[in-house]
Design a protein around this ligand. Structure first.
Ligand code: FES
Length: 115
């Protein structure tokens, strides 16, 4: 039996407790982009920390790269599913806070959240 697109999407998303997407898009024309703020390094840091903390893997956390998510002026941005909580950040300390609060304890980091 075939699943509808929505059900298939939800089933897929449930494979991870939290699925985190970092925009790492870089624009060569100098316009706003997340990679201007070292987004790839921040993604790498999140991946490393999720592994160190035993968070990585099915049923737990997945850190992924995304292209532009059309929030360039608010960047750098990342989004945490399934809640679709959007964050902007500055440095590794901000990423660490998102990991410790949101991914480990399920608490939104309001100071970094963007609507
Ligand atoms: S470049 Fe990151 S949202 Fe557009």
């Amino acid at each position: 039996m075939l699943m509808s697109g929505t059900i298939r999407y939800l089933a897929c998303m449930a494979f991870y407790k939290y699925h985190v997407f970092f925009c790492t898009n870089q624009r060569e024309d100098g316009s706003a982009c997340c990679q201007r703020f070292d987004a790839l390094a921040m993604r790498d840091y999140a991946k490393q920390r999720s592994k160190e903390l035993g968070l990585a893997g099915p049923g737990k956390v997945r850190i992924n790269t995304a292209g532009c998510m059309d929030r360039c002026q608010e960047g750098p941005v990342l989004v945490v599913y399934p809640e679709a909580t959007w964050y902007s950040y500055i440095d590794k300390e901000d990423i660490e806070e998102i990991i410790q609060e949101h991914l480990l304890n399920g608490r939104v980091v309001e100071r970094l959240q963007i609507p």
